[in-house]
Write a protein of this length. Structure first.
Length: 108
């Protein structure tokens, strides 16, 4: 094959199309090869691929967290709340800097 820099624009475009088709074929073949390797491994340990996928699906499900009720509320804006977990929000830090006490903002 001649040097790529010596090819015409048309020849380069043809080469580009041919390369794209070849890449697609090779990717499909790689996926198919991986599929058969997985089947072979599963069968060698006495399981089906479906059995393995069930285990993977069950372990990837995360339990839903319960929402925590807020323990503190801003006196300036009732929508600003904090559960008491994690970093203190900006509105709380600002109110404490102004002299408010954390106990004063506690929701009864």
């Amino acid at each position: 094959m001649s040097q790529i820099s010596e090819l015409s624009i048309e020849e380069l475009k043809d080469l580009q199309l041919e390369a794209a088709k070849l890449i697609e074929i090779k990717e499909e073949q790689a996926i198919e090869d991986a599929y058969f390797k997985i089947i072979s491994i599963a069968e060698s340990v006495g399981y089906s691929v479906e059995d393995l996928l069930k285990v993977g699906a069950a372990s990837s499900k995360k339990k839903a967290r319960k929402s925590v009720k807020p323990r503190y509320r801003s006196k300036a804006n009732e929508q600003d709340t904090w559960t008491g977990r994690g970093k203190q929000p900006r509105w709380l830090v600002a109110e404490i800097e102004k002299g408010a006490k954390l106990e004063d903002l506690r929701i009864n």
